[in-house]
Design a protein around this ligand. Structure first.
Ligand code: N01
Length: 538
Protein backbone atom coordinates (compact mmCIF):
# COMPACT_ATOMS: atom_id res chain seq x y z
CA UNK A 1 0.00 0.00 0.00
CA UNK A 2 2.92 2.36 0.65
CA UNK A 3 3.82 4.65 -2.21
CA UNK A 4 4.67 8.25 -2.78
CA UNK A 5 2.58 10.88 -4.52
CA UNK A 6 -0.77 9.16 -4.14
CA UNK A 7 -3.90 11.23 -3.91
CA UNK A 8 -6.77 10.52 -1.54
CA UNK A 9 -10.10 12.17 -0.98
CA UNK A 10 -9.34 12.09 2.73
CA UNK A 11 -6.43 11.27 5.01
CA UNK A 12 -7.36 10.31 8.56
CA UNK A 13 -4.68 10.32 11.26
CA UNK A 14 -5.16 7.65 13.92
CA UNK A 15 -6.94 4.29 14.08
CA UNK A 16 -8.62 4.35 17.46
CA UNK A 17 -12.36 4.72 18.02
CA UNK A 18 -12.40 7.97 15.99
CA UNK A 19 -10.28 6.91 13.05
CA UNK A 20 -12.06 3.59 12.59
CA UNK A 21 -15.48 5.19 12.54
CA UNK A 22 -14.35 8.05 10.29
CA UNK A 23 -12.89 5.59 7.80
CA UNK A 24 -16.01 3.46 7.81
CA UNK A 25 -18.23 6.48 7.30
CA UNK A 26 -16.27 8.20 4.52
CA UNK A 27 -15.46 5.00 2.66
CA UNK A 28 -18.72 3.09 2.93
CA UNK A 29 -21.26 5.92 3.16
CA UNK A 30 -19.71 8.42 0.76
CA UNK A 31 -17.56 6.07 -1.33
CA UNK A 32 -14.42 8.14 -0.81
CA UNK A 33 -10.85 7.01 -1.29
CA UNK A 34 -9.45 7.17 2.23
CA UNK A 35 -6.06 6.48 3.77
CA UNK A 36 -5.63 6.14 7.52
CA UNK A 37 -2.18 6.48 9.07
CA UNK A 38 -1.53 4.88 12.44
CA UNK A 39 1.68 4.91 14.48
CA UNK A 40 0.91 1.64 16.26
CA UNK A 41 1.08 -1.76 14.61
CA UNK A 42 -2.65 -2.32 14.89
CA UNK A 43 -5.90 -0.48 15.65
CA UNK A 44 -6.97 0.69 19.11
CA UNK A 45 -5.46 4.12 19.82
CA UNK A 46 -5.75 4.73 23.57
CA UNK A 47 -6.53 1.05 24.04
CA UNK A 48 -3.45 0.03 22.11
CA UNK A 49 -1.04 2.21 24.10
CA UNK A 50 -2.36 2.24 27.68
CA UNK A 51 -1.52 -1.28 28.90
CA UNK A 52 -0.65 -0.56 32.52
CA UNK A 53 -1.99 -2.91 35.21
CA UNK A 54 -5.64 -2.19 35.96
CA UNK A 55 -6.29 -0.24 32.73
CA UNK A 56 -9.99 -0.39 31.98
CA UNK A 57 -12.70 1.98 30.82
CA UNK A 58 -14.44 4.23 33.33
CA UNK A 59 -17.74 4.43 31.46
CA UNK A 60 -20.15 1.51 31.58
CA UNK A 61 -19.29 -0.71 28.63
CA UNK A 62 -22.84 -0.89 27.27
CA UNK A 63 -22.40 2.75 26.20
CA UNK A 64 -18.63 2.72 25.72
CA UNK A 65 -18.86 1.26 22.22
CA UNK A 66 -19.95 2.09 18.70
CA UNK A 67 -23.69 2.54 18.32
CA UNK A 68 -23.69 2.62 14.50
CA UNK A 69 -23.36 -1.15 14.20
CA UNK A 70 -26.80 -2.11 15.52
CA UNK A 71 -26.22 -5.82 15.04
CA UNK A 72 -22.96 -5.73 16.97
CA UNK A 73 -24.71 -3.94 19.84
CA UNK A 74 -26.87 -7.05 20.11
CA UNK A 75 -24.12 -9.60 19.51
CA UNK A 76 -21.21 -8.32 21.57
CA UNK A 77 -20.97 -9.55 25.17
CA UNK A 78 -18.82 -7.54 27.59
CA UNK A 79 -17.41 -9.60 30.43
CA UNK A 80 -17.73 -6.88 33.08
CA UNK A 81 -19.22 -3.48 33.80
CA UNK A 82 -15.86 -1.83 32.91
CA UNK A 83 -13.85 -4.19 30.70
CA UNK A 84 -10.08 -4.27 30.79
CA UNK A 85 -7.85 -2.73 28.13
CA UNK A 86 -7.24 -6.03 26.31
CA UNK A 87 -10.98 -6.67 25.98
CA UNK A 88 -11.67 -3.22 24.52
CA UNK A 89 -8.75 -3.72 22.14
CA UNK A 90 -10.23 -7.09 21.12
CA UNK A 91 -13.54 -5.32 20.47
CA UNK A 92 -11.89 -2.72 18.22
CA UNK A 93 -9.96 -5.45 16.38
CA UNK A 94 -13.26 -7.23 15.86
CA UNK A 95 -14.89 -4.08 14.45
CA UNK A 96 -11.93 -3.54 12.12
CA UNK A 97 -12.18 -7.10 10.85
CA UNK A 98 -15.95 -7.18 10.57
CA UNK A 99 -15.94 -4.01 8.45
CA UNK A 100 -12.74 -4.81 6.58
CA UNK A 101 -11.16 -1.57 7.76
CA UNK A 102 -7.50 -2.58 7.91
CA UNK A 103 -7.08 -2.56 4.14
CA UNK A 104 -7.21 1.26 4.22
CA UNK A 105 -4.98 1.70 7.26
CA UNK A 106 -1.23 2.00 7.02
CA UNK A 107 0.22 0.92 10.37
CA UNK A 108 3.64 1.65 11.86
CA UNK A 109 3.51 5.05 10.21
CA UNK A 110 3.63 8.42 11.92
CA UNK A 111 2.42 11.57 10.24
CA UNK A 112 5.28 14.03 10.62
CA UNK A 113 3.72 17.08 8.98
CA UNK A 114 1.10 18.39 6.59
CA UNK A 115 0.61 21.63 4.74
CA UNK A 116 -2.33 23.20 2.96
CA UNK A 117 -1.88 24.33 -0.62
CA UNK A 118 -3.95 27.45 -1.23
CA UNK A 119 -3.87 27.00 -5.00
CA UNK A 120 -5.20 23.48 -5.15
CA UNK A 121 -7.12 23.43 -1.83
CA UNK A 122 -5.35 20.17 -1.02
CA UNK A 123 -3.34 19.00 1.97
CA UNK A 124 0.07 17.43 1.43
CA UNK A 125 0.78 14.91 4.17
CA UNK A 126 4.24 13.64 5.12
CA UNK A 127 5.06 10.50 7.06
CA UNK A 128 8.10 9.03 8.77
CA UNK A 129 8.21 6.47 5.96
CA UNK A 130 9.28 9.29 3.62
CA UNK A 131 5.87 9.24 2.00
CA UNK A 132 4.13 12.31 0.66
CA UNK A 133 0.47 12.08 -0.32
CA UNK A 134 -2.20 14.64 -1.07
CA UNK A 135 -5.76 14.77 0.16
CA UNK A 136 -8.73 17.10 -0.13
CA UNK A 137 -9.63 16.57 3.53
CA UNK A 138 -7.37 16.03 6.50
CA UNK A 139 -9.05 14.60 9.56
CA UNK A 140 -7.31 14.24 12.89
CA UNK A 141 -8.38 11.24 14.95
CA UNK A 142 -5.36 11.43 17.22
CA UNK A 143 -7.18 11.26 20.54
CA UNK A 144 -7.15 13.80 23.32
CA UNK A 145 -4.89 12.01 25.80
CA UNK A 146 -2.23 10.55 23.57
CA UNK A 147 0.69 12.96 23.89
CA UNK A 148 2.57 11.57 26.89
CA UNK A 149 3.63 13.99 29.64
CA UNK A 150 6.98 12.82 30.92
CA UNK A 151 8.24 15.62 33.19
CA UNK A 152 11.98 16.24 33.13
CA UNK A 153 12.90 14.78 36.50
CA UNK A 154 16.44 15.66 37.44
CA UNK A 155 18.70 12.60 37.39
CA UNK A 156 16.36 10.18 35.60
CA UNK A 157 19.14 9.18 33.22
CA UNK A 158 21.17 7.94 36.21
CA UNK A 159 18.52 5.51 37.46
CA UNK A 160 19.88 1.95 37.29
CA UNK A 161 16.49 0.25 37.68
CA UNK A 162 13.70 0.11 35.10
CA UNK A 163 11.19 2.87 34.52
CA UNK A 164 7.99 3.08 32.48
CA UNK A 165 5.30 5.61 31.63
CA UNK A 166 1.80 4.16 31.93
CA UNK A 167 0.83 5.35 28.46
CA UNK A 168 3.72 3.48 26.84
CA UNK A 169 3.67 0.31 28.88
CA UNK A 170 5.51 -2.76 27.50
CA UNK A 171 3.24 -5.11 25.54
CA UNK A 172 4.59 -8.08 27.45
CA UNK A 173 3.69 -6.44 30.76
CA UNK A 174 5.97 -5.88 33.75
CA UNK A 175 6.55 -8.39 36.52
CA UNK A 176 6.53 -6.49 39.82
CA UNK A 177 6.92 -9.62 41.95
CA UNK A 178 9.42 -9.11 44.76
CA UNK A 179 10.29 -5.59 43.53
CA UNK A 180 10.41 -2.22 45.24
CA UNK A 181 8.19 -0.08 43.04
CA UNK A 182 7.58 3.66 42.97
CA UNK A 183 4.48 5.15 41.32
CA UNK A 184 4.61 8.86 40.53
CA UNK A 185 1.19 10.50 40.20
CA UNK A 186 -2.27 9.93 41.61
CA UNK A 187 -4.58 10.74 38.68
CA UNK A 188 -7.18 8.39 37.18
CA UNK A 189 -4.45 6.17 35.71
CA UNK A 190 -2.52 5.74 38.95
CA UNK A 191 -5.75 5.14 40.85
CA UNK A 192 -6.38 2.14 38.58
CA UNK A 193 -2.77 0.92 38.63
CA UNK A 194 -1.79 1.32 42.31
CA UNK A 195 -4.08 -1.40 43.79
CA UNK A 196 -2.93 -3.86 41.12
CA UNK A 197 0.79 -3.16 41.52
CA UNK A 198 0.48 -3.28 45.32
CA UNK A 199 -0.72 -6.89 45.11
CA UNK A 200 2.47 -7.95 43.33
CA UNK A 201 5.24 -5.71 44.58
CA UNK A 202 7.38 -6.34 47.64
CA UNK A 203 7.01 -2.66 48.44
CA UNK A 204 5.08 0.12 46.73
CA UNK A 205 5.81 3.79 47.35
CA UNK A 206 3.29 6.24 45.92
CA UNK A 207 4.56 9.78 45.25
CA UNK A 208 1.56 12.09 45.44
CA UNK A 209 1.64 15.74 44.43
CA UNK A 210 -2.11 16.40 44.70
CA UNK A 211 -4.62 14.19 46.47
CA UNK A 212 -7.67 13.31 44.40
CA UNK A 213 -11.32 12.67 45.21
CA UNK A 214 -11.91 9.04 44.22
CA UNK A 215 -15.26 7.27 44.14
CA UNK A 216 -15.81 3.51 43.86
CA UNK A 217 -16.14 2.02 40.40
CA UNK A 218 -18.07 -1.03 41.62
CA UNK A 219 -16.88 -3.16 38.77
CA UNK A 220 -18.16 -6.70 38.34
CA UNK A 221 -20.34 -8.92 36.22
CA UNK A 222 -23.50 -7.23 35.02
CA UNK A 223 -26.76 -8.99 35.88
CA UNK A 224 -27.77 -10.96 32.72
CA UNK A 225 -31.35 -9.67 33.08
CA UNK A 226 -30.06 -6.08 32.96
CA UNK A 227 -27.93 -6.91 29.92
CA UNK A 228 -31.03 -8.34 28.23
CA UNK A 229 -33.14 -5.33 29.11
CA UNK A 230 -30.50 -2.95 27.81
CA UNK A 231 -30.20 -4.84 24.54
CA UNK A 232 -33.97 -4.68 24.12
CA UNK A 233 -33.87 -0.91 24.69
CA UNK A 234 -30.73 0.03 22.74
CA UNK A 235 -32.60 2.46 20.49
CA UNK A 236 -33.85 4.32 23.53
CA UNK A 237 -30.45 4.23 25.22
CA UNK A 238 -28.67 5.60 22.16
CA UNK A 239 -31.17 8.43 21.84
CA UNK A 240 -30.88 9.27 25.53
CA UNK A 241 -27.08 9.37 25.64
CA UNK A 242 -26.98 11.47 22.47
CA UNK A 243 -29.33 14.01 24.02
CA UNK A 244 -27.79 13.86 27.49
CA UNK A 245 -25.35 16.25 29.14
CA UNK A 246 -22.34 13.93 29.40
CA UNK A 247 -23.11 11.14 26.92
CA UNK A 248 -24.08 9.01 29.90
CA UNK A 249 -27.35 8.01 31.48
CA UNK A 250 -26.66 10.40 34.33
CA UNK A 251 -28.71 13.49 35.11
CA UNK A 252 -28.17 16.17 37.74
CA UNK A 253 -30.63 16.40 40.62
CA UNK A 254 -32.58 19.58 39.77
CA UNK A 255 -32.22 21.01 43.26
CA UNK A 256 -29.63 22.68 45.43
CA UNK A 257 -27.81 20.41 47.83
CA UNK A 258 -28.22 23.20 50.37
CA UNK A 259 -32.00 22.89 50.16
CA UNK A 260 -31.92 19.18 50.95
CA UNK A 261 -32.10 18.14 54.60
CA UNK A 262 -28.94 16.48 55.97
CA UNK A 263 -30.80 13.12 56.12
CA UNK A 264 -32.09 13.48 52.56
CA UNK A 265 -28.72 14.31 51.03
CA UNK A 266 -26.94 11.64 53.03
CA UNK A 267 -29.27 9.03 51.63
CA UNK A 268 -28.84 10.43 48.10
CA UNK A 269 -25.04 10.38 48.50
CA UNK A 270 -25.19 6.81 49.87
CA UNK A 271 -27.26 5.71 46.88
CA UNK A 272 -24.78 7.19 44.40
CA UNK A 273 -21.78 5.89 46.33
CA UNK A 274 -23.24 2.39 46.37
CA UNK A 275 -24.15 2.56 42.66
CA UNK A 276 -20.52 3.38 41.85
CA UNK A 277 -19.21 4.89 38.64
CA UNK A 278 -19.70 8.49 37.60
CA UNK A 279 -23.06 8.97 39.38
CA UNK A 280 -21.53 10.87 42.31
CA UNK A 281 -19.81 13.21 39.84
CA UNK A 282 -22.40 13.59 37.10
CA UNK A 283 -25.73 12.90 38.77
CA UNK A 284 -25.24 14.93 41.92
CA UNK A 285 -27.08 18.08 43.02
CA UNK A 286 -27.03 20.63 40.23
CA UNK A 287 -25.24 23.40 42.12
CA UNK A 288 -22.21 21.25 42.94
CA UNK A 289 -20.20 22.69 40.03
CA UNK A 290 -21.28 26.29 40.66
CA UNK A 291 -21.29 27.01 44.37
CA UNK A 292 -18.31 26.41 46.65
CA UNK A 293 -20.68 26.03 49.58
CA UNK A 294 -22.66 23.32 47.76
CA UNK A 295 -19.48 21.69 46.57
CA UNK A 296 -18.10 21.54 50.12
CA UNK A 297 -21.12 19.50 51.23
CA UNK A 298 -20.50 16.90 48.50
CA UNK A 299 -16.74 16.91 49.09
CA UNK A 300 -17.23 16.43 52.82
CA UNK A 301 -19.02 13.12 52.18
CA UNK A 302 -15.99 11.78 50.28
CA UNK A 303 -13.58 13.07 52.93
CA UNK A 304 -15.54 11.17 55.58
CA UNK A 305 -15.35 8.04 53.42
CA UNK A 306 -11.58 8.40 53.11
CA UNK A 307 -11.18 8.84 56.87
CA UNK A 308 -13.34 5.82 57.62
CA UNK A 309 -11.54 3.60 55.07
CA UNK A 310 -7.88 4.47 55.66
CA UNK A 311 -6.83 3.13 59.07
CA UNK A 312 -3.70 5.19 59.69
CA UNK A 313 -4.91 8.77 60.43
CA UNK A 314 -1.79 10.48 59.04
CA UNK A 315 -2.08 8.60 55.77
CA UNK A 316 -5.80 9.41 55.63
CA UNK A 317 -4.99 13.10 56.07
CA UNK A 318 -2.52 12.96 53.20
CA UNK A 319 -5.21 11.41 51.01
CA UNK A 320 -7.77 14.13 51.79
CA UNK A 321 -7.84 16.53 48.84
CA UNK A 322 -7.03 20.12 49.68
CA UNK A 323 -7.09 23.21 47.56
CA UNK A 324 -9.46 22.20 44.78
CA UNK A 325 -13.20 21.77 44.61
CA UNK A 326 -14.67 18.31 44.16
CA UNK A 327 -15.30 17.39 40.52
CA UNK A 328 -13.10 20.08 39.03
CA UNK A 329 -10.47 17.48 38.17
CA UNK A 330 -11.35 14.33 36.22
CA UNK A 331 -13.11 11.89 38.54
CA UNK A 332 -10.95 8.79 39.12
CA UNK A 333 -12.94 5.60 39.68
CA UNK A 334 -11.34 3.28 42.18
CA UNK A 335 -11.34 -0.36 43.06
CA UNK A 336 -9.76 -0.70 46.49
CA UNK A 337 -7.65 2.44 46.04
CA UNK A 338 -8.03 3.81 49.56
CA UNK A 339 -7.98 0.28 51.02
CA UNK A 340 -4.60 -0.27 49.36
CA UNK A 341 -3.02 2.27 51.72
CA UNK A 342 -3.90 -0.06 54.62
CA UNK A 343 -1.46 -2.66 53.29
CA UNK A 344 1.84 -3.10 55.09
CA UNK A 345 3.79 -2.97 51.83
CA UNK A 346 2.40 0.44 50.71
CA UNK A 347 3.75 3.85 51.68
CA UNK A 348 2.39 7.25 50.63
CA UNK A 349 4.83 10.13 50.17
CA UNK A 350 2.93 13.38 49.89
CA UNK A 351 4.70 16.38 48.35
CA UNK A 352 3.17 18.90 50.77
CA UNK A 353 3.64 16.91 53.96
CA UNK A 354 6.74 14.77 53.27
CA UNK A 355 8.33 16.91 50.57
CA UNK A 356 8.19 16.72 46.77
CA UNK A 357 10.41 14.78 44.39
CA UNK A 358 13.82 16.43 44.27
CA UNK A 359 15.61 14.07 41.97
CA UNK A 360 15.92 10.55 40.70
CA UNK A 361 19.10 8.89 41.85
CA UNK A 362 20.91 5.78 40.67
CA UNK A 363 18.95 3.70 43.13
CA UNK A 364 15.61 5.41 43.65
CA UNK A 365 13.80 8.70 44.25
CA UNK A 366 14.86 11.45 46.64
CA UNK A 367 11.92 13.42 48.04
CA UNK A 368 11.87 15.77 51.00
CA UNK A 369 15.55 15.09 51.65
CA UNK A 370 14.97 11.35 52.03
CA UNK A 371 16.02 8.62 49.61
CA UNK A 372 13.50 5.90 48.71
CA UNK A 373 15.28 2.87 47.14
CA UNK A 374 13.43 1.45 44.12
CA UNK A 375 13.85 -1.26 41.48
CA UNK A 376 11.10 0.05 39.18
CA UNK A 377 9.51 3.48 38.74
CA UNK A 378 6.12 3.84 37.06
CA UNK A 379 5.33 7.36 35.91
CA UNK A 380 1.58 7.95 35.79
CA UNK A 381 2.09 11.60 34.97
CA UNK A 382 -0.56 11.99 32.31
CA UNK A 383 -0.65 13.83 29.03
CA UNK A 384 -0.31 17.13 27.24
CA UNK A 385 -4.05 16.94 26.77
CA UNK A 386 -6.05 17.89 23.70
CA UNK A 387 -3.75 20.48 22.14
CA UNK A 388 -0.58 18.37 22.51
CA UNK A 389 -1.44 15.66 19.96
CA UNK A 390 -2.58 18.28 17.42
CA UNK A 391 0.48 20.47 17.77
CA UNK A 392 2.68 17.40 17.37
CA UNK A 393 1.35 16.94 13.81
CA UNK A 394 3.24 20.03 12.55
CA UNK A 395 0.33 21.29 10.50
CA UNK A 396 0.83 24.31 8.28
CA UNK A 397 -2.33 26.13 7.29
CA UNK A 398 -2.97 29.11 5.06
CA UNK A 399 0.20 31.20 4.66
CA UNK A 400 2.23 28.58 6.52
CA UNK A 401 0.63 29.38 9.88
CA UNK A 402 1.21 26.84 12.67
CA UNK A 403 -0.77 25.81 15.73
CA UNK A 404 2.22 26.68 17.92
CA UNK A 405 1.80 30.30 16.85
CA UNK A 406 -2.00 30.38 16.56
CA UNK A 407 -2.49 28.78 19.96
CA UNK A 408 0.15 30.64 21.96
CA UNK A 409 -2.45 31.68 24.52
CA UNK A 410 -4.53 28.48 24.37
CA UNK A 411 -6.63 26.82 21.69
CA UNK A 412 -8.71 28.78 19.20
CA UNK A 413 -11.19 26.66 17.28
CA UNK A 414 -14.65 26.86 15.82
CA UNK A 415 -16.86 24.25 17.55
CA UNK A 416 -13.73 22.25 18.38
CA UNK A 417 -13.96 20.66 14.96
CA UNK A 418 -12.38 23.32 12.71
CA UNK A 419 -9.68 26.00 12.92
CA UNK A 420 -9.64 29.33 11.07
CA UNK A 421 -6.70 29.41 8.66
CA UNK A 422 -6.67 25.62 8.31
CA UNK A 423 -9.18 24.88 5.54
CA UNK A 424 -10.49 21.34 4.98
CA UNK A 425 -9.09 20.24 8.34
CA UNK A 426 -11.44 18.55 10.79
CA UNK A 427 -10.42 17.71 14.35
CA UNK A 428 -12.46 14.88 15.90
CA UNK A 429 -13.11 15.66 19.61
CA UNK A 430 -10.81 18.64 19.29
CA UNK A 431 -10.28 21.33 21.94
CA UNK A 432 -13.38 23.42 22.71
CA UNK A 433 -15.75 20.58 21.87
CA UNK A 434 -17.40 18.49 24.66
CA UNK A 435 -14.91 15.69 24.04
CA UNK A 436 -13.24 14.68 27.33
CA UNK A 437 -16.18 15.97 29.35
CA UNK A 438 -18.35 13.28 27.82
CA UNK A 439 -18.45 9.58 27.27
CA UNK A 440 -15.99 9.68 24.37
CA UNK A 441 -17.69 7.35 21.86
CA UNK A 442 -20.81 9.56 21.95
CA UNK A 443 -18.83 12.68 21.09
CA UNK A 444 -16.74 10.83 18.52
CA UNK A 445 -19.84 9.58 16.71
CA UNK A 446 -21.36 13.06 16.72
CA UNK A 447 -18.25 14.58 15.13
CA UNK A 448 -17.86 11.76 12.61
CA UNK A 449 -21.49 12.09 11.51
CA UNK A 450 -21.25 15.87 11.27
CA UNK A 451 -17.99 15.78 9.29
CA UNK A 452 -19.39 13.13 6.93
CA UNK A 453 -22.53 15.21 6.29
CA UNK A 454 -20.41 18.31 5.75
CA UNK A 455 -18.19 16.62 3.17
CA UNK A 456 -21.21 15.08 1.47
CA UNK A 457 -22.86 18.48 1.23
CA UNK A 458 -19.68 20.08 -0.16
CA UNK A 459 -19.42 17.42 -2.83
CA UNK A 460 -23.06 17.83 -3.80
CA UNK A 461 -22.62 21.59 -4.07
CA UNK A 462 -19.30 21.49 -5.93
CA UNK A 463 -17.30 23.08 -3.10
CA UNK A 464 -13.64 22.23 -2.62
CA UNK A 465 -12.83 24.22 0.46
CA UNK A 466 -14.38 24.92 3.83
CA UNK A 467 -12.86 27.13 6.49
CA UNK A 468 -14.04 28.59 9.78
CA UNK A 469 -14.19 32.37 9.68
CA UNK A 470 -12.02 34.20 12.25
CA UNK A 471 -15.08 36.01 13.64
CA UNK A 472 -17.11 32.80 14.12
CA UNK A 473 -14.08 31.28 15.81
CA UNK A 474 -13.59 34.29 18.10
CA UNK A 475 -17.23 34.13 19.12
CA UNK A 476 -16.98 30.41 19.84
CA UNK A 477 -13.84 30.84 21.95
CA UNK A 478 -15.51 33.65 23.91
CA UNK A 479 -18.61 31.48 24.40
CA UNK A 480 -16.55 28.49 25.64
CA UNK A 481 -14.72 30.68 28.14
CA UNK A 482 -17.81 32.56 29.29
CA UNK A 483 -19.73 29.38 30.05
CA UNK A 484 -16.94 27.76 32.03
CA UNK A 485 -16.12 30.91 33.97
CA UNK A 486 -19.49 30.61 35.73
CA UNK A 487 -18.38 27.26 37.20
CA UNK A 488 -15.76 26.13 39.70
CA UNK A 489 -13.86 24.28 36.94
CA UNK A 490 -11.51 27.19 36.31
CA UNK A 491 -10.36 27.26 39.93
CA UNK A 492 -8.47 23.93 39.80
CA UNK A 493 -4.98 23.21 38.54
CA UNK A 494 -6.25 20.41 36.33
CA UNK A 495 -5.25 19.19 32.91
CA UNK A 496 -8.69 20.49 31.79
CA UNK A 497 -7.18 23.91 32.61
CA UNK A 498 -3.86 23.07 30.90
CA UNK A 499 -2.25 23.41 34.34
CA UNK A 500 -0.41 20.06 34.37
CA UNK A 501 2.24 21.05 31.82
CA UNK A 502 4.90 23.57 32.75
CA UNK A 503 4.62 26.63 30.51
CA UNK A 504 1.33 25.62 28.89
CA UNK A 505 -0.93 28.69 28.74
CA UNK A 506 -3.75 28.43 31.26
CA UNK A 507 -6.95 27.80 29.29
CA UNK A 508 -9.92 25.52 29.70
CA UNK A 509 -9.56 22.88 26.99
CA UNK A 510 -12.95 21.22 26.42
CA UNK A 511 -16.42 22.77 26.01
CA UNK A 512 -18.80 22.63 28.94
CA UNK A 513 -21.89 23.73 27.03
CA UNK A 514 -25.00 24.80 28.88
CA UNK A 515 -26.82 21.70 27.64
CA UNK A 516 -23.84 19.37 27.37
CA UNK A 517 -23.30 17.06 24.42
CA UNK A 518 -27.00 17.09 23.55
CA UNK A 519 -27.09 20.88 23.26
CA UNK A 520 -23.78 20.91 21.40
CA UNK A 521 -25.13 18.39 18.88
CA UNK A 522 -28.18 20.60 18.30
CA UNK A 523 -25.96 23.64 17.83
CA UNK A 524 -23.75 21.85 15.28
CA UNK A 525 -26.83 20.62 13.40
CA UNK A 526 -28.32 24.12 13.30
CA UNK A 527 -25.06 25.49 11.91
CA UNK A 528 -25.13 22.84 9.16
CA UNK A 529 -28.81 23.54 8.43
CA UNK A 530 -27.96 27.23 7.94
CA UNK A 531 -25.53 26.31 5.16
CA UNK A 532 -22.56 25.94 7.54
CA UNK A 533 -22.93 29.26 9.27
CA UNK A 534 -19.58 30.64 10.43
CA UNK A 535 -17.72 28.80 7.68
CA UNK A 536 -16.58 30.08 4.32
CA UNK A 537 -17.15 27.62 1.48
CA UNK A 538 -15.38 28.03 -1.83
O1 N01 B 1 -2.98 11.78 34.27
P1 N01 B 1 -3.33 13.03 35.22
P2 N01 B 1 -3.65 10.33 34.21
N1 N01 B 1 5.85 15.58 39.72
O2 N01 B 1 -2.77 14.22 34.53
C1 N01 B 1 1.16 13.93 38.74
C2 N01 B 1 -7.97 9.56 31.30
N2 N01 B 1 -8.03 8.23 31.83
O3 N01 B 1 -2.90 9.54 33.23
O4 N01 B 1 -2.38 16.51 40.13
C3 N01 B 1 5.00 14.89 40.48
O5 N01 B 1 -4.74 13.05 35.60
C4 N01 B 1 -0.08 14.78 38.79
O6 N01 B 1 -0.07 15.63 39.92
P3 N01 B 1 -0.98 16.97 39.93
C5 N01 B 1 -8.78 10.48 32.20
O7 N01 B 1 -9.47 11.40 31.43
C6 N01 B 1 -9.08 7.49 31.45
O8 N01 B 1 -3.88 9.79 35.56
O9 N01 B 1 -0.78 17.62 38.57
N3 N01 B 1 3.79 14.50 40.09
C7 N01 B 1 -1.16 13.73 38.83
O10 N01 B 1 -1.33 13.19 40.10
C8 N01 B 1 -7.70 11.09 33.02
O11 N01 B 1 -8.03 12.28 33.63
C9 N01 B 1 -9.24 6.25 31.90
O12 N01 B 1 -0.44 17.77 41.02
C10 N01 B 1 3.41 14.86 38.85
C11 N01 B 1 -0.60 12.66 37.90
O13 N01 B 1 0.81 12.85 37.87
C12 N01 B 1 -6.62 11.24 31.98
O14 N01 B 1 -6.65 10.02 31.27
C13 N01 B 1 -8.33 5.72 32.80
C14 N01 B 1 4.25 15.57 37.99
C15 N01 B 1 -1.12 12.80 36.49
O15 N01 B 1 -2.51 12.70 36.51
C16 N01 B 1 -5.25 11.45 32.51
O16 N01 B 1 -5.07 10.63 33.67
C17 N01 B 1 -7.25 6.47 33.18
C18 N01 B 1 5.52 15.95 38.48
N4 N01 B 1 6.36 16.66 37.74
C19 N01 B 1 -7.09 7.72 32.68
N5 N01 B 1 3.60 15.76 36.81
C20 N01 B 1 -10.42 5.51 31.41
O17 N01 B 1 -11.09 4.90 32.09
C21 N01 B 1 2.40 15.18 36.96
N6 N01 B 1 2.29 14.63 38.18
C22 N01 B 1 -10.82 5.57 30.02
Amino acid sequence: MAGANQHFDAVVIGAGFSGLHMLKSLRDKLGLKVRVYETGDTVGGTWYWNRYPGARCDSDAYIYCFTWDKQLLQEWEWSERYPEQHEILRYLEHVAKRHDLKRNIQFNTRVTGAEFDENTNLWTVHTDKAEEVTARYLITAVGTLSDTNMPLFKGLEKFKGKWYHTSRFPHAGVDFTGKRVGVVGTGATAVQAIPEIAQQAKQLIVFQRTANYCVPARNGKVDPELVKARKADYEGIVQRIRESFFGQEHYFIPKSVLEATPEERESVFDRMWDAGGFAFWLANYQDMFFSQEANDVCADYIKRKIRSTVKEPRTAEKLIPKGHAYGTKRQPLDTNYYETFNRDNVLLVDAKIDGGIEEITETGIRAGGKEYPLDIIVFATGFDAMTGPLKALNLKGRGGRTLDLEWQDGPHTYLGVAIAGFPNLFTITGPQSPSVLSNMPVSIEQHVEWITDCIESMRKNGKTSIEATPSAQDQWVAHVNEIVSATLMTTANSWYMSANIAGKPRAFLPYLGPEGVGGYRKKCDEIAAKGYEGFELA
